[in-house]
Design a binder for this molecule. Structure first.
Ligand code: HEC
Length: 154
């Protein structure tokens, strides 16, 4: 009979639903037991640190000199490192039609002009290459070192 069939299907669905809910509860409970958060450190020092003000009044002690800012590195970075953080995006993959590092044939027409010309184009940008090869904070000398690194790979 039709109505019986509907009823038994409903019963099976209900059991399946209950089974899923029970399973979720059990898994959740187990996961909860395994990931107990560490008890917070309630020592006076730790609490004072957590609720302390974000700034303190300076009452005359000389303020320590700020650490040098990373954006303006005092020592020039090596061409190899600049290449590995910036230029590789195009010159390792050939993206945007860039000549690949180590591909002497592809670099031939550039190296033929000499490094000074290459540097000038790298600084101003050329074709699909943005100015400074996207290394906005690279000095001219750092770019020259990086181009030399590319040339040395050929
Ligand atoms: C967005 C991709 C891209 C990035 C990043 C990139 N280049 Fe290029 N580069 C190119 C393409 C494309 C060319 C070929 C341009 C052309 O000839 O039209 C090129 C060409 C050059 C040339 C030859 C320029 C010439 O005309 O003599 C030099 C040198 C060069 N890149 C150096 C670098 C250096 C150094 C970096 C990292 C600081 C760098 N590139 C990062 C895409 C890139």
């Amino acid at each position: 009979m039709v109505s019986n069939k509907v009823n038994s299907n409903f019963g099976i669905s209900l059991m399946a639903l209950i089974a899923v809910v029970v399973l979720v509860l059990v898994v959740n409970g187990l996961a909860g037991m395994m990931h107990k958060p560490a008890a917070p450190d309630m020592s006076a020092d730790a609490v004072a640190e957590r609720i302390g003000p974000v700034a303190r009044l300076n009452t005359g002690e000389p303020i320590a000199a700020a650490a040098p800012v990373a954006a303006a590195p005092s020592a020039a970075r090596a061409g190899k490192d600049i290449y590995a953080t910036t230029c590789f995006a195009c010159h390792d993959t050939g993206a945007a039609g860039a000549p690949k590092k180590g591909d002497a044939a592809a670099w031939g027409k550039y190296t033929a002009k000499g490094i000074d010309d290459m540097l000038k184009n790298a600084i101003s940008g050329v074709g699909a290459m943005p100015p400074r090869g996207t290394c906005g904070n690279c000095s001219d000398a750092e770019l020259r070192d990086t181009i030399q690194y590319i040339i040395d790979s050929l």
